[in-house]
Every structure is written in C-alpha cells, then in structure tokens.
Design a protein around this ligand. Structure first.
Ligand code: TYM
Length: 330
C-alpha cells in the first residue's frame, strides 16, 4: 500500500461552486493530488438533510464531479467518489454516535444558528448529527489531512474528539486523528458584501457562471462612496481583497498604486477583477460544459473512485467492528 499521506475532503452538492469553495478548498485539494494520496467526495448524504428530490440529487452530484474534473482533478491520481457509494459511512456514524455526547453536538455552529433562529424543534435529526457523519467520512479513510476553509475547523476538532473517545472507549488506537489543512490567505474568502462568501448569504461570485453573470456579480461588490478622482485605501476594499487572491504580484501592485494615485474608480477595479477571473476561468467553463454532457463518463469516474477507496474502508471497518465486538467472526 502507498506510503504517502492521505488527503481527504468533501463538498456538498449544492449547485455552482462559488469562489470561496474554489479558493478555500477545491483548488488547494486538487494541488495536493501531486504529493498526497488524494480522496475527495461529493457529500450526497449530507445534502439529503435538505435535498428531497432524487432527480435533482443525481444532477447535483454530476455537476460537482464535472466541476472538479474541469478544475484539474486527475482521476488517474486522485479518487473522486460519491459519499453514498460507501454506505459503511452510515454504519460508522452510528458507532461514533454511541461515544459522542449530546453536549458536543449542541455546540456545533449550524445547530446553534438554527437554535438562535428558534428552529431547533423543526430541524431534522440529520442536521443535528451532521458533525458525526462528517467525522465518519474522515475517519473511515484513515485520513491524515483534510483541506478545508476555516468554517470547517470546528468540525475537524469534533472529529478528533470523537476519534479519541472511540479509541479510549475500546482501549486502542483504532481511529487515526486527522489534521485540518487550512490555507491562511483563503481561509475565509469574502463575498460581494464583505462578509464570508456563503450560499446562505447570497453574496456569491460564481467563477464558472456565464461571463455576463460573472461580470454582474463582480459589479455588485459593495464599495464605499469615495469619488473617482480621490485616492482610495487598497487595504479597505473587497475588490482588492479578492484581486489579491487571483492576480499575480505585478498586477496586484499595479492595482494598489492605482488606488493610491486616485482617478481610478471602483468601476475600473471591478472591471480588472472581472477580466482576471474571466481569463482564469473561461477555459474551465468550456471544459465543464463538455464534461457535464457526458453522464456515463462522470458515472464511470465516480465508480472508479469508489473502487479505489474500497480496500481502505474494508480495513478500517473490520478494525472498528472487531474493537466493538460487532459482526460475525470470520
Ligand atoms: P461545503 O460544501 O459547505 O464547502 C466546501 C468547502 O468550501 C469551503 N468554503 C470556503 N472556504 C473559504 N472561504 C469561503 N467563503 C468558503 N465557503 C466555503 C468550506 O470550508 C469547505 O471546505 N461539511 C462540509 C462537507 C463535508 C466534508 C466532509 C468536508 C462533508 N464531509 C469531510 C471535509 C471532510 C461542507 O458542508 O462543505
């Protein structure tokens, strides 16, 4: 078996990924395929907490698969698979549930947010138990690192906590403790209103949206009302913050100089940001559209990915079932 460290991550299939998903997770995760044994999956079990339409679910899974391939995932190196093709994840979720306190889950951000909205009696049990499923996703592959944005750090801490509790309960090193791998500069990519870019805030820039829509999203970035002629502060503007994440050093320095000199309005800066994004992403957009057409191919990639991770799952599940005294003795 490979001696390389294993990188694992997941993404919920919720439509067009936004720039936060791409810069915070998809890009860094794909880069790790060079050095790590890379396992990435589309989290359809997690999506089931909200998506209740089988046709839509399959469509969303194909879309995310095509996005990862268009963004450069190499299916010969990295395994890309569907979470639900490994149903043992649900079995391990139960085993972890039995060592996890309610108090821990009550501290999870998503549950707390629902509670603050007065919705804790209306959310389904899947939302409450979401962090346990996520821990199972990670632990079932003996993962070493988990590339994610900063909003997932709490889930990673909970994952380590659950692994330790399991190991302590059954007195052995059955589950490996993973580390979050968060890139500082893209840990929280801002959205067009300056808050964290997030589907729930509707403040998105979608790099693979058609050019016209992408331009419209960039033009909607909120800025202050400094008149065009006046100098502006490049360290206090979401347009520059985003430009710094995609442009090269010379281009960034030029935009910063323009800000300080004055006579360069936010409209110009937004146009420069849009052009940069369009230049980076339009070849991928075309690739995405071609891949998305070929569902048989996407299905083949997902099946191949699931086959590739299968031996690890069998090994870990045998280890934990034995530890707990479950299943028949062979
Ligand atoms: P999801 O699908 O919400 O997001 C996918 C990834 O995108 C990152 N991200 C961001 N990074 C930087 N700036 C932002 N504004 C931004 N918005 C989103 C997220 O941090 C994430 O890494 N629970 C996970 C999916 C999951 C998972 C797992 C991840 C299920 N099982 C196991 C890792 C390991 C989620 O909902 O991510």
């Amino acid at each position: 078996m490979s001696k390389r460290k294993r990188s694992l991550s997941g993404i919920k299939p919720t439509g067009n990924p936004h720039l936060g998903n791409y810069l915070g997770m998809i890009g860094p995760a794909i880069e790790l395929q060079e050095e790590y044994d890379a396992f990435y999956f589309v989290a359809d079990y997690h999506a089931l907490t909200t998506v209740k339409d089988p046709v839509k679910m399959r469509r969303l899974v194909y879309e995310i698969t095509a996005y990862f391939l268009a963004f450069g995932l190499d299916p010969e190196r990295a395994a890309f698979f569907r979470q639900s093709d490994i149903p043992e994840v649900a079995e391990l979720t139960w085993m972890l549930s039995c060592v996890t306190h309610m108090g821990l889950l009550e501290r999870a951000h998503a549950y707390k947010a629902a509670k603050d909205r007065g919705e804790e009696k209306e959310i389904n049990h899947g939302v409450f138990t979401y962090p346990v499923l996520m821990a199972s996703d990670i632990l079932i592959y003996d993962s070493d690192v988990v590339p994610v944005g900063s909003d997932q750090i709490q889930h990673l801490e909970m994952t380590r906590d659950m692994a330790q509790r399991f190991n302590r309960a059954f007195d052995g090193e059955y589950l490996k403790l993973p580390e979050a791998k968060v890139r500082k500069e893209v840990a929280t990519v801002p959205g067009i209103d300056g808050r964290k870019m997030s589907k729930s805030y509707g403040n998105l820039i979608e790099p693979l949206a058609p050019s016209k829509k992408l331009r419209k999203q960039v033009m909607q970035i909120e800025t202050d009302s400094t008149p065009l002629e006046e100098p502006q502060d490049p360290d206090d503007c979401t347009v520059v913050d985003l430009y710094r994440l995609v442009a090269d050093a010379d281009e960034i320095a030029e935009m910063e100089d323009n800000y300080r000199a004055g006579g360069y309005g936010y409209g110009h800066a937004k146009q420069d940001l849009f052009e940069k994004l369009d230049q980076i992403f339009s070849p991928r957009r075309e690739k995405y559209e071609a891949l998305r057409e070929d569902e048989a191919y996407l299905e083949k990639i997902l099946a191949q990915g699931a086959d590739r991770v299968r031996p690890i799952v069998d090994e870990v599940m045998e280890r934990v079932r034995r530890a707990a005294g479950l299943g028949r003795i062979i």
